[in-house]
Design a protein around this ligand. Structure first.
Ligand code: NPG
Length: 366
């Protein structure tokens, strides 16, 4: 395969409701899509960097810049998706940008070969269970209302975003309203310090599946210390930037569950390696979400169908975030989504909708 170049497309996708986390509130997603044009087929990738560097150091203008100036030119002699990671290795960081380019090349390669991403990654299921991530709200009644609606829609697992001042009482209210049987977990997005260990241990009485990333991204040892105080399993997200980072965190007993987000680790091929090292260590994984459009959502569903993904992921229907998706929408049935079976990621943008939501486009030859 010869890569001719990439189209960078920015799309502005309004969210159905504001999504608040401990690091900010989003009302619209500014998504960078990349289309790889090759001599055999085109392929799509989605960069999950946010508009601002608040979840991680990456941000979407920075991703576009590094792709344009460094990453895309380095792909001149690359002929397969498996070579992309190696070709981009000299450039430090920027995993979300690298992951998007690799995804587009992988999609093109698989489309040309008529193979699905799911089968390429090692999928063992046709459907995946859907979890939903519920943002911080202005009041507890408002939150209970939202949780009630998601449960009625069929979501099989609820994740509550937490931060200091919106944690123990909120979890208690959800347990009191919906009982002990619902699968429930919390996500702090690094909002606490190890000095909060005793406070976080108060969550133990609620039978949570896990506490996700309570401490700073770089505080892996802090998580190991915290895990000795808190009985609820600690799950790392932001800290797990590669399969090597996963191995280290597991060995340090800083994490007993792992959230795998392909963008955060530099792509779907590294995401599979994280899956593999976790499975080898007996550590369950689940697929995270970054409020993706149908492009990234399709690929996440494929990844979530690998055998080590034994917990429901942040894999929700398109309608959870978007009234109009840029692909055919993903619709949940009985709390599950079908794994796309077509070539590559199995979906493509609908041209008219894509054009309508596009805010800028740019062509870059390799
Ligand atoms: O279902 O796509 C989804 C969203 C899940 O809560 C979710 N994602 O910290 O995991 C996270 C959070 C996030 C969203 C992080 C957007 C960064 C950007």
């Amino acid at each position: 395969m010869r890569i001719e170049g990439f189209e960078l497309r920015r799309v502005g996708m309004p969210l159905v409701s504001p999504f608040r986390t401990s690091f900010g509130t989003e009302t619209e997603r500014d998504i960078l899509l990349v289309r790889a044009v090759t001599d055999t087929a085109d392929g799509w990738g989605e960069c999950v960097a946010g508009a601002d560097p608040l979840y991680s150091s990456e941000y979407v203008d920075g991703s576009a810049d590094v792709m344009r100036r460094f990453l895309i030119p380095a792909l001149e002699r690359v002929g397969t998706a498996a070579e992309v990671g190696e070709a981009l290795k000299p450039f430090k960081g920027h995993r979300m940008a690298k992951g998007a380019l690799e995804m587009a090349v992988l999609d093109a390669e698989l489309r040309a070969a008529g193979r699905s991403l799911a089968s390429e990654l090692g999928s063992t299921r046709d459907t995946v269970p859907c979890g939903v991530s519920v943002g911080i709200m202005d009041s507890v009644p408002e939150l209970l209302d939202a949780v009630g609606r998601y449960l009625a829609e069929g979501y099989v697992r609820i994740k509550l975003k937490i931060e200091p001042g919106w944690d123990v009482d909120v979890v208690r209210a959800v347990r009191e309203a919906f009982g002990d049987d619902i699968l429930l977990q919390v996500d702090a997005n690094t909002a606490y310090t190890v000095a909060d260990a005793d406070h976080l241990a108060r969550l133990d009485e609620f039978g949570l599946l896990l506490i996700e990333q309570p401490l700073d991204e770089e505080d892996v040892l802090g998580h190991a210390d915290l895990a000795k105080v808190v009985r609820t399993p600690i799950c790392l997200d932001e800290s797990i930037t590669s399969a090597d980072a996963a191995v280290a965190a597991i060995r340090l007993a800083a994490t007993s569950v792992i959230n795998i987000k392909p963008g955060r680790v530099g792509g779907y091929l590294e995401a599979r390696r994280v899956h593999d090292v976790a499975v080898a260590a007996g550590v369950p994984v689940w697929c995270g979400g970054m409020v993706e459009s149908g492009i990234g959502r399709a690929a996440n569903i494929a990844l979530a169908s690998l055998p080590g993904f034994t917990l429901p992921g942040d894999v929700s229907a398109s309608a959870r975030f978007y009234e109009t998706d840029i692909t055919e929408p993903f619709v949940m049935r009985d709390g599950h989504l079908d794994v796309p079976a077509g070539p590559g990621i199995g979906v493509a943008p609908i041209p008219d909708i894509l054009d309508e939501l596009t805010t800028s486009r740019e062509w870059i030859s390799v």
